[in-house]
Design a protein. Structure first.
Length: 381
């Protein structure tokens, strides 16, 4: 789908090799001016109350996004305009949905970029009118390509989010109505178990069965808590969070069979993020538990981190069988699971936590087999 849409847009806009050459030529002379372009871009945003309101962090958020824009400009003019480029632009469209950006602001912002880059082209190519004309045509095409990809993704993600919100609303009504009714009998069972433990004779088999009942009551209570977490907004305790510490705590909380290895790389030195350490820890516990269960009794789980473009990406991958293609598009919805005995809340909670932190989670097949989940979080400004 990605390749088809990108190729269709390039054909429609008649974007070809001559345009690629013109853009790379502009890149050489424009790159030193990228910081000035970013300054003009965000100065326009901050001067407009409506556009500024979309960026919840105000000027501090702009500081982080300015670095992201420099990377975007570099890719815009240097290419390659391939599937990886398409996926990067799709993520931008999804971010616009997540932060609630009205699309007329995106069109206005793109025009600021257009004017700034045209000004730079005129300054350097005024004496070569043929090259200037080719550069203007290529710039117009690539910016229209950007808009086409972002709008397509924005529409798809917005429709999916609205459908998901409708399902969650129905789901929330169901959970809210039954959680209290389930907790009452579970509480009675727990009280009765406590009394029975004190009155049991020295019968090891009877004690074993009472303990098993207690364990299953705890599992049931945990499922109810996860369901309630899906429908309510717990307050965020935002502090600077070191992900290397969060991931170490998450790994320590996940039991692994002797045959399952855990490899971590690139986590030391990651910049801090702004968020709730407890919620982030739980999100990574869910991902690690899924990975361990996928490879058990023997396999490898790998956790890797990197920072670029104003965001931190943590990849959790495993050497298991991978995700069934039939459910990939619904992987992060509540109650979707392929694991026997699974409830289907773990990945839905991961998505919720990531989005509450201004980030996102995605899945992709792992090269060589297995699953790979990517959690992206903005760097603390």
């Amino acid at each position: 789908m990605a390749g088809n849409l990108l190729e269709d847009l390039e054909r429609y806009l008649e974007f070809g090799e001559a345009d690629a050459l013109a853009l790379r030529s502009l890149h050489e002379v424009a790159r030193p001016s990228f910081p000035a372009v970013a300054e003009a871009f965000y100065a326009r945003i901050l001067a407009h109350p409506g556009a500024r309101a979309v960026l919840q962090g105000g000027e501090s958020e702009v500081g982080r996004l300015r670095r992201t824009l420099l990377v975007w400009l570099d890719q815009l003019l240097s290419g390659p305009w391939d599937e990886a480029y398409f996926e990067a632009r799709c993520r931008i469209g999804r971010v616009h949905v997540r932060i609630g950006m009205p699309q007329h602001y995106m069109f206005g912002a793109m025009n600021v970029i257009r004017l700034e880059l045209e000004r730079i082209a005129e300054e350097h190519l005024a004496a070569r009118p043929a090259e200037l004309a080719a550069c203007r045509r290529a710039l117009a095409k690539v910016l229209d390509l950007e808009l086409g990809v972002m709008l397509h993704t924005y529409r798809e993600d917005l429709l999916a989010r609205e459908a998901r919100a409708e399902r969650l609303a129905t789901f929330g009504q169901l959970v809210g109505s039954i959680a209290h009714d389930l907790r009452n009998p579970l509480g009675v069972i727990e009280t009765s178990l406590f009394i029975l433990r004190g009155r049991l004779p020295d019968d090891e088999r009877a004690r074993k069965h009472v303990d098993r009942i207690g364990d299953q009551v705890a599992v049931a209570n945990g499922i109810i808590s996860d369901l309630l977490d899906m429908i309510r907004d717990r307050p965020m305790e935002r502090t600077p969070v070191e992900l290397v510490e969060v991931l170490a705590a998450a790994a320590a909380a996940v039991a692994r069979p002797a045959g399952v290895g855990l490899v971590a790389e690139g986590l030391e030195g990651l910049p801090p993020v702004d968020g709730d350490a407890g919620q982030l820890r739980q999100a990574f516990v869910n991902l690690l538990e899924n990975a361990v269960q996928a490879v058990s009794p023997r396999g490898e789980v790998r956790v890797a981190g990197r920072a670029e473009g104003g965001e931190v990406t943590v990849a959790v991958e495993d050497t298991g069988p991978g995700v069934d293609p039939a459910i990939r598009n619904r992987l992060f919805e509540p109650l979707i699971t392929t694991r026997p005995g699974g409830v289907g809340l773990g990945l839905a909670l991961v998505k919720r936590v990531a989005e509450r932190h201004g980030g996102a989670v995605s899945h992709e097949p792992r090269l060589g087999g297995g699953a790979r989940f990517l959690v992206r979080l903005p760097v603390r400004a």
